[in-house]
Design a protein around this ligand. Structure first.
Ligand SMILES: [Zn+2]
Length: 278
């Protein structure tokens, strides 16, 4: 997943995080926790097979880190009573369209895509969580609240962007970037089993806590998906699919979104986005 260097400091999402801070103690205790009995969680370990993830020359393999966190998350959620489906459970390449099709074949499901970030600048670091549809915001907020809160990394906020797996999924869907593997300290942490376990447990806490966040959001106007701006669209289907399969409609969409960007892409973002699937 490419790093984003547009530098948006999202006031709205900061507010939300602050708001969730008060929620976690006051509201979460009162609200019935999601038992998980009726919910399917589709866990999507980013990349796999020949798609290693990250940037060229990156020493820590993103695909291995995402799979390990995904498998730990699977165990954690299954222990909480969730039905868990993995888009991949081994080192294989799964096209983005297949990942989406798996997600969309379950009703009453949520989709959690796990990635690690990368950048040419080794100093880049932090946790960021993406969503696209309005119905995905509570899940994104809850997952981000726990992961960013549980990690020593900086908080890069909840962000809205049209990544393929977020745009095409018909169920609440989030993509969490669990830190930068090109950042020496974050890469060192990611390579420890205890930290990957911690990440899995924090993501699980977000999944379990999403209902109380959702009910709180409907009765307040602290944050809506409209208050978090859509970030410039990056078409990640280029890697997995031939250009000929892209429809005119999606091409127009991406053109329009690119035009709506008020800032030029930073050099890192440009370098990272051209050959990445997300
Ligand atoms: Zn990735």
């Amino acid at each position: 997943m490419p790093t984003n260097l547009y530098g948006f400091r999202l006031f709205a999402s900061s507010l939300l995080i602050a708001f969730l801070g008060t929620l976690s103690t006051a509201h979460a205790k009162r609200a019935p926790k999601d038992s998980g009995s009726s919910t399917t969680v589709v866990i999507d370990a980013g990349h796999g097979g020949y798609d290693r993830g990250g940037i060229p020359g990156q020493s820590v393999s993103e695909k291995e880190m995402t799979l390990d966190v995904a498998q730990r998350l699977k165990k954690t959620l299954a222990a909480s009573g969730y039905r868990v489906v993995m888009t991949r459970d081994s080192d294989v390449f799964i096209p983005l369209g297949t990942r989406v099709a798996i997600a969309n074949s379950y009703s009453n499901a949520i989709f959690v895509s796990i990635h690690f970030n990368s950048a040419k600048r080794s100093g880049a670091g932090g946790i960021e969580t993406y969503f696209y549809s309005r119905e995905s915001l509570p899940l994104a907020s809850a997952v981000h609240y726990f992961v960013a809160g549980g990690a020593p990394s900086s908080n890069r906020n909840v962000r809205r962007r049209g990544y393929y797996v977020l745009r095409k999924t018909a169920i609440p869907a989030v993509l969490v970037e669990c830190g930068f593997l090109t950042n020496p300290s974050e890469a060192a942490l990611a390579q420890t089993a205890s930290y990957r376990q911690k990440l899995a447990e924090e993501i699980a806490a977000g999944v379990r806590g999403r209902s109380s966040v959702a009910s709180a959001l409907t009765t307040t106007r602290v944050a809506t998906s409209e208050s978090i701006p859509l970030q410039p669209y990056i078409d990640q289907t280029k890697v997995a699919k031939s250009k000929g399969r892209r429809s005119k409609r999606s091409h127009k969409k991406s053109t329009r979104r690119k035009k709506s960007s008020s800032k030029p892409a930073g050099s890192e973002a440009k370098a990272d986005s051209k050959d990445r699937e997300g």
